[in-house]
Ligand binder design. Sequence first.
Ligand code: ASP
Ligand code: CP
Length: 311
Amino acid sequence: MKHLRSIDELGAKGLLELLQLTVHMAEINQRPVPKVPALRGRTVASLFFEDSTRTRLSFETAAKRLSADTLTFNVSTSSVNKGESLRDTVATITDMGADAFVVRHKSVGIPWQIEQWTKASIINAGDGAHQHPTQALVDCYTIREATHTARFDGMQITIVGDIKHSRVARSNIQAFTMLGAKVTLVAPPTLLPPDVSHWPVEVNHHLDDVIPTSDVLYMLRLQSERMSQGHVPTLREYSEQYSLTQKRVARLRDSAIVMHPGPMNRGVEMQIDPSDIKNSLIHRQVANGVSVRMAVLFDLLGSGANLGGQA
Ligand code: ASP
Ligand code: CP
């Protein structure tokens, strides 16, 4: 694999292979010194044109644990502010020896565009409302870890909230269904794409209907930075119908798990503290982000190097 831009280009086989490789990376992360020489001499550049905490830091941590060098591009202090184009920025960082770009941008398709301007590998860290493939890998890995099941056949996964603007929802729907899950989207009509009839999902507008039958409840943030107009009448009304509350958590199955990609908006979609949810996997999602991104970097940049040694 040269690039990771979307879940569908990975396919079910590629998805399962990366999840398997993540198990080895998680084992490395358990060691007293979680560092191996696998990517020594390789350089990973972060190119984030949109804000990030989890994705950027976990990719940078992952690169360091594999002994790669890192280049961090900060748009607000870069020569983009002097009028330099994206193309020239990519060419400049390529000239410095980048072997991979981890790219986040508000425009859909940027990872495919950049690929034409560099010989480096491209990893999509989020393009508009289109794809966020490493988040989907994190979420599949986290569900497997919690349920001890390799596939999700028969599992009912409910994704709640702002589906319309969510690249996480799009990547996760593909990944979850590849592993056999049934996916239900819960949102008001204004927060769904205009036509989801070709998506492999059910749609329900009432969260309370699906609470008792969900094995996984996956909450999403209202992604207001991607909205061009108000999509909910008031936040209070939205919260009443679509937020996770103590009362709703009490109606979940005993074994049901709760997830959120972060960042959370407390008091909007989350009216309960995650630490008050018995089966919240939100912290595991963050922790597993490092192992998953190590697997992706190793898969793209490793050349059969041994993962066993100490750096
Ligand atoms: N962090 C995720 C993303 O970048 C989800 C979110 O922002 O709500 O898509
Ligand atoms: N889940 C996620 O992508 O978080 P960040 O936006 O903080 O990277």
